[in-house]
Design a protein around this ligand. Structure first.
Ligand code: NAD
Ligand code: ZN
Length: 350
């Protein structure tokens, strides 16, 4: 259960959609229209399965482009047009079926349609353990990612782990980066368990459920303490200052978010003098995170992006570092130190 301005529960495991017939039946019974907005790839693979739990109700389905392409003004407007054509009202409910991109755009649609209607997150990626909890919604502007959005909590999150088996390996890699980030900022023992995974292909559904539950608990505890990112929520950005710069410089989609975050965490660990740096690099190489990219990324090109980061202000660089595992803090780093640490990083992994 996540205690936000509107508290909600997160259910994870195989077959949790069964709760629609059970605990969440009153929620659906009370809605005048139920609309699934689904990532088109996810719909192709798993809509049939989801619908098998919803046979009691009349459901309208709208598919949106798969992945990041959905986070556009066009898709946002197309969703609203669909809801209006379907004669949805303030008593309608949306089910967001897909990864973090779907959750972000559908959450934004839910928060703006007739000034806000209920929605349920049905995440289908590993990374979405992060995005489905915390209430941030967004679409992209051509001048910046996630620049248009709201804070808006779902009515509930139903996370069926059996759908993760179809995730491509690069998406597993992307999602596991946020999992290990949650471990770095919270729990040494759990971090060691993840560092022992040398091949993601061997992760079973039970393993994944275990790690996702722990990741969700860390994220939920932080957002409960700081829903609107005034204090501790910043710690979730561990590894993200450089990651956002890499994504911005290369262009979004050239590298997955989690892959960029692993490179960013390596840099933050180096700046922190963290004793797990070498072990983390070994783990990242074993799991094929793209360190080779660094050779194409001159510090001078990344610097302006790092200065634009939401955590930095007036051109000063702010990083989330670790005192030790589980003890994040914010540190201002001058350009000279940032540059020399970056050179060191390239030497170490280049
Ligand atoms: P995604 O939603 O872009 O999906 C990645 C790809 O995986 C897509 O091609 C999709 O079609 C496919 N896919 C999804 N589920 C699948 C499944 N079960 N089987 C096979 N293929 C599947 O990616 P993501 O990594 O889940 O989310 C990234 C987005 O999340 C970014 O836009 C990011 O900004 C956002 N995000 C938001 C928050 C937040 O707090 N709101 C936090 C982190 C990330
Ligand atoms: Zn992230």
């Amino acid at each position: 259960r996540v205690e936000a301005d509107r508290p909600y529960s997160v259910h994870i495991g195989s077959g949790v959609y069964g709760l629609f017939m059970d605990a969440y039946r009153p929620l659906l019974d009370a809605a005048d229209r139920i609309v699934i907005i689904a990532d088109e790839r996810v719909a192709e693979l798993h809509l049939h399965y989801l619908m098998s739990f919803l046979s009691n109700w009349e459901i309208a389905v709208f598919t949106i482009p798969s992945g990041e392409n959905a986070k556009s003004v066009e898709t946002f407007m197309a969703c609203h047009s669909f809801l209006l054509t379907e004669q949805c009202s303030r008593n309608s409910i949306l089910l967001a079926f897909g990864g973090g991109a779907t959750g972000d755009v559908v959450g934004f649609v839910a928060s703006t349609f007739m000034r806000g209607i209920s929605f349920v997150q049905l995440p289908t990626t590993i990374l979405a353990h992060d995005s489905a909890v915390g209430g941030k919604t967004a679409i992209n502007h051509e001048l910046g990612k996630n620049m248009i959005g709201t804070f808006y909590q779902p009515a509930s999150v139903l996370y069926d782990s059996s759908l993760l088996v179809t995730l491509p390996l690069c998406e597993v890699r992307s999602g596991m980066a946020e999992v290990i980030k949650h471990a770095f900022i919270s729990n040494k023992g759990w971090l060691d368990e993840i560092l022992a995974i040398k091949d993601f292909k061997q992760l079973t559904e039970t393993d994944l459920t275990y790690h996702l539950e722990k990741g969700i608990a860390v994220k939920a505890a932080i957002v409960e303490e700081d829903e609107f990112e005034g204090s501790v929520r910043k710690y979730l950005n561990f590894g993200h200052t450089l990651a956002h710069a890499i994504e911005g410089y290369l262009g979004y989609g050239k590298v997955t978010h989690g892959e960029a975050v692993v490179v960013g965490m390596t840099y933050a660990l180096l700046l922190s003098n963290h004793h797990k740096l070498d072990e983390f690099i070994q783990w990242s190489i074993a799991n094929s995170y793209p360190f080779h990219l660094l050779k194409k990324l001159p510090f001078e090109e990344l610097l302006p992006y790092m200065k634009k980061d939401k955590k930095s202000s007036k051109g000063v660089l702010n990083f989330i570092l670790l005192e030790q595992t589980g003890q994040p803090f914010v540190e201002e780093i001058d350009e000279k130190r940032a540059r020399s640490a970056y050179d060191k990083l390239i030497l170490q992994i280049g």
